[in-house]
Design a binder for this molecule. Sequence first.
Ligand code: ATP
Ligand code: MG
Length: 440
Amino acid sequence: MEIPKQIEEVLEKLEKAGFEAYIVGGCVRDEIMGKTAHDYDITTSAEPRETERVFSDCRVVETGIKHGTVVVLFKGMSVEITTFRIDGDYPDGRHPERVSFSRNLKDDLARRDFTMNAIAYSPKRGIIDIFDGKADINAKIIRCVGEPEKRFSEDALRVMRALRFSAVLGFDIEENTKSALLLKKENLKNVSKERIFSELKQLLCGENVKKVLLEYREVFAEIIPEIREMFDYDQNSKYHNSTLFEHTARAVEAAPPKEEMRLAMLFHDIGKPACRTIDENGEGHYYGHAAKSVEIADRILRELKCDNMLRVRVCEIIRYHDMPIELSGKAIKRRLSKLGEELFCEVMEAHIADDSAKQEFTKARVETAREAMRIAREIAREKPCLDLKGLAVNGGDLKEMMEPSPKMGEILGVLLSEVVDGTLENEKSALLARVRELLR
Ligand code: ATP
Ligand code: MG
């Protein structure tokens, strides 16, 4: 197994001092799957004070010391080293009552969530895989270490972790593990919203998110009760060939794997049931659903303790997800002036994801959105004036001609829209002449 030099040296130093030390968890799983790990966790028989002594010539951060973790800054790398641990009972389904340290690796592996995450490795001692994690990785199976019901009762976050790993890695969840997590999903109410949301964001960005959303929809309804309305909802529309929730799941997976895009697609149509009208032909229409979806998504995201920047971004994408697209340069420039380049392109990405999750014939519209994005990028490359900051005059220049008042803002707005449309040159004397005209 290829591991970074510094990590190897850390393991060696602990071993030389008479302790056992291994890399463990996600990094071993990733290595076995042939992927480069993004961080390396070390587990050791040394207790935190002993680890500190071994690394007395390094900077050591003690933040997690109660749980046995010290962070060592070793040759430019920050390395987390945790003592073999036994987690006591979890009376609140969240935190172990107490953790105790152990000198036995097996105890530490037994407290871990899934077999694929319970493998230890060291260059000196090789792979230690007492729960057959490697076989499960090769078979692409997520399986609890030990008795599934007990493990999900201890810590319900594991329910979300199982789904997250399934969506990200494309692994299936083993039958007993699956039925236990469905049974214990209510315990998610004991888990902090922040931790749930962090898992949800990663899950949504997974390559296999559609399958997980559909197969485990009851778990999602547990953390977001509002989505239940989309289950089995027939849209009664010639554009759609699946239920609202199936369409949603397809649209999520069709969007680029960025948090704001995937969240936006999850909620883009959630306002539809509240907006339905049926025409004389029995066809369903959903006028105003984007605004309704924004309202619901905003409430859900606040409830999930989503940070404000992300929440606002998601809501903006939803707000414009079904705006009409006009391909003329002038129309796109107006949109760019209103939304900015980045949001405009994300709105186009939302159109593409939405349309590719409908009937075959709506897929032609995907090309329109792609073309709009291409035109927008081309326009933006030339850095035209698209907002008030880009105008060659500002409020200060206008002060000599008029009192500061709301009228001044209006006039600047007129200048901007005429410059954006190309009917007025963005040049100071031309702009001031136009102001004089407007004031007459
Ligand atoms: P990632 O690639 O997301 O970092 P990971 O498996 O490394 O995946 P972490 O959250 O970094 O996940 O946790 C590191 C290890 O700690 C896991 O591999 C697992 O062994 C253990 N672990 C983490 N969270 C839990 C939990 N809630 N219950 C039991 N074991 C856990
Ligand atoms: Mg990790």
